[in-house]
Design a protein around this ligand. Structure first.
Ligand code: AMP
Length: 104
């Protein structure tokens, strides 16, 4: 079964995209917890940080560098990067995503 974020990436569910490349996309969070709140999402549907494998190292680094680039482009003066991990860690969508919460 496709994850919510795979459906968004494939255009089955609408979203407000702020970035796309061959490895990941970034969308605006539907329920922002900061003045700007983006989700950086790998196209590969890894469920969470728990399932990361050695081969995903570059992909995870790419998510962080993408967040850095978006923060620069959107002129955030400060920001937080967050992975919620597991139900008890506040994770609701089991398709890896990096929260970028930004303040100007
Ligand atoms: P998490 O709790 O870390 O799994 O984060 C999931 C995030 O996805 C939450 O901040 C939600 O507000 C956000 N979200 C859920 N559905 C959508 C959607 N259709 N479009 C954009 N963001 C969404």
């Amino acid at each position: 079964m496709k994850t919510l974020f795979t459906k968004i990436i494939e255009g089955e569910i609408p979203a407000d995209f702020v970035y796309k490349d061959e490895h990941c996309v970034a969308i605006k969070d539907i329920n922002p917890k900061a003045p700007s709140h983006f989700l950086v999402i790998p196209r590969k549907p890894i469920p969470s940080i728990i399932e990361l494998e050695e081969q995903d190292k570059e992909l995870v680094a790419h998510l962080i560098f993408t967040a850095q680039k978006l923060a620069q482009e959107h002129a955030f003066e400060g920001y937080k990067l967050q992975f919620n991990v597991g139900k008890k860690g506040g994770q609701e969508v089991f398709h890896l995503h990096l929260h970028l919460l930004g303040w100007k």
